[in-house]
Design a protein around this ligand. Structure first.
Ligand code: SOE
Length: 371
């Protein structure tokens, strides 16, 4: 059966997911056939050009005309556009794949998760970094107990695209449109990855309380038409977190980390060993195994490593865009089989709870327990 897909959004994430859909027949022949049926956007000229380049059969300027006409709805729009079309699609019984973070606020994320529960169809949160082979290799090590009791986790996501005060204002700088800045945009990835790696009860469990700090370094930006608009979200955050089983976590993200472009690193320290992952070297995992004096660098590109056999022989490394192919393969396979998909909206909501607690902690200047 071929799945018709309607996609809202055609810029950065639109290209990443359209590229992923186009790769599936060639590299994941067992994936369901997918028809890129309709691309949704507001600017008709830009939309027509994007539909042509991204391989969509048609376009629409109103999502309401689409969400009950396709087999799957992708919401790749800005955060403030996630809820309404997604809930409408779910109420029409259409499975949804929504970019992260789920919503600008915890309250809206709860509404979206409730709609997904009531719809009873797959609702995926597009946390693509779960689908890095090295991350799944790390998860397998952790769940096999190879690192022992987990004492520390550390997640850091550093970019520098806003360090120039002349960098233009965008929706990502606005609390109404985005919800938060680096916290939601980057911190949501880190929180989800830590939940994926050590979130089960045998390891760290869930994050239970946080102490957060948010900072805006530049509070007004040019809008390109000679005007300016205020920045009403964080440029950077840091947080201490405590997991249910006592694991200590240190998290941070910044859009002002000069010299760092897309530097997402995860570290885990256990009683029997440690591991370190860096997105800038995403084919590798550094592992300190029990009894060894130093880390070994594992090149996670063997045929039996996750997803690698779909691509190239050992050592022929993959890239950032391949994580989108993997997540689209898994999501569309779940839709086709009528099965659950993770990360679901429950995972999106769980991440949103942590983001909200970090913001509340920053406001109060004290530790905050998750509700
Ligand atoms: C921010 O610049 C951003 O594009 C995030 O929105 C993405 O989720 C991340 O994967 C890369 O950086």
């Amino acid at each position: 059966m071929s799945l018709s897909v309607g996609v809202l959004g055609y810029r950065f994430m639109g290209r990443a997911h359209a590229n992923a859909l186009a790769r599936l027949p060639m590299f994941f022949p067992e994936a369901p056939d997918v028809e890129r049926q309709v691309l949704i956007g507001r600017d008709e000229d830009a939309l027509a050009d994007a539909a042509d380049r991204l391989g969509f059969a048609s376009t629409a300027t109103d999502w309401a005309d689409v969400v009950d006409e396709v087999d799957v709805f992708y919401n790749l729009g800005p955060n403030h556009v996630h809820a309404e079309p997604t809930i409408a699609a779910l109420e029409a019984g259409t499975p949804v794949f929504c970019e992260k973070p789920l919503a600008p606020t915890l309250e809206t994320a709860e509404e979206m998760a409730t709609a997904a529960r009531e719809a009873g169809v797959p609702a995926g949160a597009a946390f693509n970094y779960r689908f890095v082979p090295a991350i799944q290799y790390a998860k397998n090590l952790l769940e096999a107990g190879e690192l022992g009791e987990i004492h520390h986790v550390r997640g850091r996501y550093l970019q520098d695209w806003l360090v120039d005060p002349a960098a233009e204002w965008s929706w990502r700088n606005d609390e109404e449109l985005a919800g938060s800045g680096a916290l939601g945009d980057l911190g949501s990835h880190t929180v989800d990855l830590l939940r994926f790696l050590v979130g089960n009860d045998d390891l760290a469990g869930e994050i239970e309380r946080v102490s957060g700090h948010l900072r805006t370094f530049v509070d007004e930006r040019p809008t390109g038409d000679g005007g300016t608009r205020p920045v009403t979200v964080d440029d950077a955050y840091s947080a201490q977190v405590e997991f249910a089983n006592g694991t200590m976590g240190t998290l941070e993200a910044s859009r002002f980390a000069t010299g760092h472009k897309n530097d997402h690193t995860i570290e885990v320290h256990g009683s029997k060993g440690s591991l370190k992952f860096s997105l800038e070297r995403l084919n590798e995992l550094e592992v300190l195994r029990e009894g060894n004096r130093g880390y070994e660098t594992v090149l996670v590109t063997d045929e039996d490593d996750p997803y690698v056999d779909h691509w190239w022989p050992p050592g022929h490394v993959i890239g950032w865009e391949h994580t989108f192919v993997h997540e689209n393969y898994e999501f569309l396979s779940a839709v086709d089989a009528g099965e659950e998909y993770e990360p679901s909206f429950e995972d999106g909501l769980a991440a949103q709870r942590v983001l909200d607690a970090v913001e509340r902690s920053d406001e109060r200047g004290e530790w905050v327990s998750l509700e």
